[in-house]
Design a protein around this ligand. Structure first.
Ligand SMILES: Nc1ncnc2c1ncn2[C@@H]1O[C@H](COP(=O)(O)OP(=O)(O)O)[C@@H](O)[C@H]1O
Ligand SMILES: [Mg+2]
Ligand SMILES: [Zn+2]
Length: 261
């Protein structure tokens, strides 16, 4: 017959924090029993370590599928610091900067941005600047053009693909910020239309922010990606029109001028 330990025997001083840890007291068939207890500081440490491990795994999962480094130096050079003030783009710049500076607050509300305007006037630059700013502050961000993203999803259907579609979709939903660049770049298929809606709607349901850029006007965008997705986007995002002219074209013109001189 085993004799059960007394309360005194099971009471100890935690070597880590110095607290006196008393056992649990339970009653078994009318008899009082004592069970040795782990110190709260140990339980807290175990929980913290588990949370840290999960966070590391989450980052690795996102990075494995959508590594920002793959986007190259052109991407990492797009920052708020490298932005040149241009007429028509002032508000767009201000709001993008404000969004990045107060990201936590916006993210809590699930608020995003929809940057709209002529091609080449800096929308992708500003979206990338937001991402570069947030990554430096430890946020996980996925940045992809919509055509590239759809292609990435289609690749998962191929035989022998190492990732499944649902793994990719899970990562898109998981990232602190998802940037969908160049929405409406092409008329999408029915599959793409419902996939895009799914991605946007998942972010919406979990109150997770989206930043979207598009070179299209709303009517064209609607025609290309469907009404449902547009409606969701407008609900989640502040619409900002970048009214600047194409910087790309301006630079090309300047280069031409130099060569002629
Ligand atoms: N105001 C700006 N300051 C610095 N670079 C800019 C500015 N606007 C655009 N660019 C640069 O011009 C090129 C085209 O801009 P981009 O952001 O790709 O245009 P959009 O996405 O609006 O079509 C990019 O190389 C970008 O870095
Ligand atoms: Mg762009
Ligand atoms: Zn302790």
């Amino acid at each position: 017959m085993t004799t059960s330990s007394s309360a005194e025997e099971l009471t100890y001083t935690c070597p880590d924090c110095g607290n006196v840890v008393k056992p649990y007291v339970i009653s078994v068939l009318g008899e009082t029993r004592y069970i040795k207890r782990k110190c709260d500081c140990v339980l807290e440490r175990v929980a913290k370590e588990a949370a840290e491990r999960m966070e590391i795994e989450r980052r690795e999962r996102i990075n494995r599928l959508f590594n920002l480094a793959e986007l190259g130096p052109r991407f990492s050079e797009c920052t708020f610091e490298s932005w040149i003030p241009r007429r028509g783009a002032e508000r767009c710049f201000e709001l993008a900067k404000e969004y990045a500076d107060n990201f936590d607050e916006h993210a809590r509300r699930g608020d995003g941005l929809l940057l709209m305007g002529e091609p080449g006037n800096g929308k992708t630059h500003l979206a990338a600047a937001i991402v570069n700013h947030l990554v430096l502050r430890g946020k996980t961000c996925v940045f992809r053009s919509v055509p590239a993203l759809l292609k990435r999803l289609q690749e998962t259907y191929r035989e022998g693909s190492r990732v499944t579609e649902s793994e990719v979709l899970a990562v898109l939903q998981d990232a602190d910020l998802l940037v969908l660049d160049d929405m409406g770049a092409e008329k999408v298929t029915e599959w793409a239309e419902s996939t895009l809606y799914f991605i946007v709607d998942e972010r919406y349901r979990w109150k997770k922010p989206l930043v979207v850029t598009t070179n299209c006007k709303l009517e064209v965008l609607e025609e290309r990606i469907g009404t449902r997705t547009i409606d969701r986007l407008l609900e989640m995002c502040v619409l900002i029109e970048n009214r600047a002219s194409s910087y790309r074209r301006e630079r090309a013109k300047a280069r031409l001028g130099v060569r002629r001189a």
